[in-house]
Design a protein around this ligand. Structure first.
Ligand code: SF4
Length: 227
């Protein structure tokens, strides 16, 4: 039996022993999901944008030496409307996170985010710096993290393979794994507001609650310090 048929076969459905090596029995949703995922997992189009030093390694991964084309991912698109993978490759400053979230909202479903490198994953060497966010996952849902400072092109290719595995695990029978088929357009991620600091609109209620609290008096501050 070929690998494809072996993968297609549903182990929960019993098959008579004599024909097990020649027959694959499966459910309709599994058959459709396998064909659907086969059709899309080697044609993920990343968006062409880079943020910092990690982007140089991303560019190297697209060169002939590493041959990103093997994964069908060599078509870097200049427009979010034509891309389904956002590679966040580099340091995410507070100023840049605003257009990054806007670009993400402009990508059609299904869409994926890959955080490339220590900066995009958690702030990296600049973590908690005055002008840097501590990971793009504070604002966007990240599907794959690629560690490193910078990650090598091979590490990025491993990230692509991990993403492909994730795509393969999504099933038309499980609406939670493919939410874009179960309802209307997904809700846009609220775009952060850049002022003296970056504000996530999802945390406005918390900010208002703290702002409404009375200023601590000297006495209450001393009691708090003692505790
Ligand atoms: S993780 Fe390292 S190489 Fe990548 S952008 Fe940050 S500092 Fe540069």
């Amino acid at each position: 039996m070929s690998d494809f048929l072996r993968e297609l076969h549903d182990p929960d459905i019993p098959v008579p022993e004599g024909i097990q090596s020649a027959v694959a029995v499966t459910r309709l949703d599994k058959l459709l999901s396998t064909v659907y995922n086969w059709g899309r997992h080697y044609s993920v189009w990343p968006m062409a944008f880079g943020l910092a030093c990690c982007a140089i390694e991303m560019i190297a991964a697209a060169s002939s030496r590493y041959d990103q084309a093997r994964f069908g991912m060599e078509v870097l698109r200049p427009s979010p409307r034509q891309a389904d993978l956002m590679i966040v490759s580099g340091t995410v400053t507070k100023k840049m996170v605003v257009p990054i979230v806007r670009l993400y909202n402009q990508m059609p479903e299904p869409k994926y985010v890959l955080a490339m490198g220590a900066c995009a994953s958690g702030g990296g060497p600049f973590k908690e710096g005055y002008n840097v966010v501590s990971g793009i996952d504070n604002f966007l849902p990240v599907d794959v993290y690629v560690p490193g400072c910078p990650p090598t092109p091979q590490a990025l290719l491993h990230g692509f393979i991990t993403l492909i595995k994730k795509l393969d695990s999504q099933s038309l029978g499980n609406r939670n794994s493919m939410p874009w088929y179960s309802r209307g357009p997904s809700d846009a991620v609220p775009v952060p507001i850049l002022g003296p600091d970056i504000i996530d609109p999802r945390q406005l209620h918390m900010i208002r609650r703290y702002a409404a609290q009375p200023e601590p008096t000297d006495e209450s501050a001393a009691v708090e310090a003692e505790a």
